[in-house]
Design a protein around this ligand. Sequence first.
Ligand code: SF4
Length: 339
Amino acid sequence: MNILALTLNQLVRKLETDYGKGRFHARALYREIFDKGNLNLGSAPEFRASPALAQSLEKEMSVNPGQVVDSFQEADLTKFITRLFDGRKIESVIVPMNRYNTLCVSTQVGCRMGCTFCETGRMGLKRHLGTHEITGQLYNARHTLKKPVKNVVFMGMGEPFDNFESVMDAVKVMHVQQGFDIALRHMTISTAGLVPGIEKLAAQNLPGIRVAVSINAPDNETRSRLMPVNYAWPLDTLKIALSQFPLPHKGTFLFEYILIKGVNDTPVHAEQLAKFIHPLPVRLNLISCNPVPGLGFESPSDEAMNRFSRQLVEKGVFVIRRWSKGRSVSAGCGQLGRS
Ligand code: SF4
């Protein structure tokens, strides 16, 4: 029984079928393992009266989040590498934000979306991650690296909507209050623009979960060149899907726009971008391109960043400027996959 892969309801069913127990013990397991990182179940009050049950659960249960084999530090940001059961490696990033950390998790080994500015895209898709390999990154951040995590962003290696079922189950596991206790409004799923994924997410009962979209160009020609996914779901289709997404009251989408020198950084691009965004409720992360060796893209100058940002703000767009954290440890956007 791989508990990192089991949603609370699945665990309850398993305990009912195999042990004649139910929600009470399932919640205790979530608390001991996910919240406390305690694998010695006999010490939990719910199991004290039945040590035999604790023993057989310990025997049957596996908690295998993968082994953290390396980690890199830049200031207070940490990138860590997990080796999975088949020897493949994935990367995760812990970004400090105020009092708590945000954990950026991977959802696939590699990615098949082929974005031309992205190191992970260059790998191609090796395989999807199982639910336990996604939740395992949170388990390792909390209990192996001892970092308090309150936010999870699905923005690491891979396209989350290309591995939809496992990502949805991971969201459900992470959300349970007795366990990892990550609020839905503290989870963000980032997509390159897979419209069927946005539509399927809209149909789930996950109120408040946040959606981020890598936009990166405001016209189909440039965007298709940077992100081939745009051929299948061009900007107008994407905009319709977003406008139909059930945002909570005062909810916003997060758009990411990687500014690349000479590619998507002109005043015309800024003008078109503001038009595309209107009237969607959007917070725009403007990110300076992280140059990846061999991909031929350059960072814009500070002046170009300022000009682009100013033009959007004048058009009423809410802009957050980011000079990518983690550049020296290859932990910035589009850089995962090089370790
Ligand atoms: S930017 Fe995201 S969707 Fe595009 S290739 Fe990289 S990991 Fe995949």
